[in-house]
Design a protein around this ligand. Structure first.
Ligand SMILES: Nc1nc2c(c(=O)[nH]1)N[C@@H](CN(C=O)c1ccc(C(=O)N[C@@H](CCC(=O)O)C(=O)O)cc1)CN2
Length: 294
């Protein structure tokens, strides 16, 4: 392996510590304790772990955590009623409904029911629109984490060729917008892209957010590129065991890239750290205070 390993766990810990320090100043100077409500519907084991980790990280950063666990049979109307109560609750500054949701619930309707000012996931069309217009917004956590990680290697991204593989509303599109805001030349590639290896090979910064285990091979990567792997795929590891792999074939890619994020321990931990930062920002904005720099 010749690439520098980008240590998402350490960078996320540093961001969480900065959020905790800013939260403590907010409480001391303004008596304001940012509150984050996380809603879990159903018993998906991975989602339950993520929600538990979010609650723990929230409390550790000195923020208030409100957890709502609903049965897998919860109706859309029941979930919308809870969102409406959280929108009206002054102790709740951020609302996150864990995805995926059970099939009887229309996730987009739920996202659109969240007050955009409390939308710490940054998924509401108002926030998505503001991001694409270059206006201040609550920005999705995983994409912000990707850009922070890339900038630890190359603080000035202006002029870089960036290729984002994946066009989801949650990662692909917002990360492309953020890279554009950094003055990168951005290509969004997807399942219908012709010559995907050739497109990836153009990238100084390659963001893989396609959700297919180890799809991006080492010989698709330009020597020296920064590779940010958003994929978290659980695959068979033999003898009845499983392991997590990203969307990038790590060992192959690490032999040619300049820097690369591992899975686990890369982008994943940044998602929760950026969620805390968004909650702090949302609480400050709702109180008419400037967003603390973290
Ligand atoms: N409402 C939302 N739902 C989901 C989001 C989101 O941002 N908002 N993202 C993902 C899940 N997610 C947070 O919710 C998340 C995923 C992964 C990690 C993480 O730290 N992963 C570790 C590995 C964890 C493991 O062992 O399984 C890592 O990559 O090191 C944190 C948060 C979908 N839903």
């Amino acid at each position: 392996m010749s690439a520098t390993l980008i240590d998402g766990k350490a960078i996320a810990a540093d961001l969480r510590a900065k959020v905790a320090a800013a939260a403590s100043r907010l409480a001391r100077d303004h008596g304001l304790v940012p509150g984050l409500a996380v809603v879990l519907v159903g018993e998906d084991p991975a989602s339950a772990v993520y929600v538990r980790n979010k609650g723990k990280a929230t409390v550790e950063a000195g923020l208030a955590s409100f957890e709502h666990k609903l049965a897998a049979t919860t109706s859309q109307a029941e979930l919308l009623a809870l969102v409406s109560r959280l929108n009206a609750d002054p102790a709740v500054h951020g609302i996150l409904v864990q995805l995926p949701l059970p099939p009887q619930i229309d996730a987009q309707a739920v996202i659109e029911a969240i007050d955009p000012a409390k939308d710490v996931d940054g998924f509401h069309p108002v926030n998505a629109g503001r991001l694409s217009a270059g206006l201040p917004a609550l920005v999705p956590c995983t994409p912000v984490g990707c850009v922070i990680l890339a900038k630890t290697v190359r603080p000035q991204l202006a002029g870089c060729e960036a290729v984002v593989v994946g066009r989801s509303n949650i990662v692909g599109k917002p990360v492309a917008q953020l890279l554009l805001a950094e003055n990168c030349t951005v290509t969004i590639a997807h399942s219908k892209t012709r010559d995907l290896p050739g497109v990836c090979w153009r990238a100084d910064i390659l963001v893989a957010a396609v959700g297919r285990p180890e799809m991006i091979r080492g010989d698709w990567i330009k020597p020296g590129a920064i590779v940010i792997d958003v994929g978290i795929n659980r695959v068979e590891a033999g003898e009845g065991k499983t392991k997590l792999v990203g969307d990038v074939a790590f060992a192959e890619a690490a032999a040619v890239a300049g820097a690369i994020t591992p899975v686990p321990g890369g982008v994943g931990p940044m998602t929760i750290a950026c969620l805390l930062a968004n909650t702090l920002k949302a609480a400050s904005m709702q109180a008419g205070l400037p967003a603390p720099a973290v």
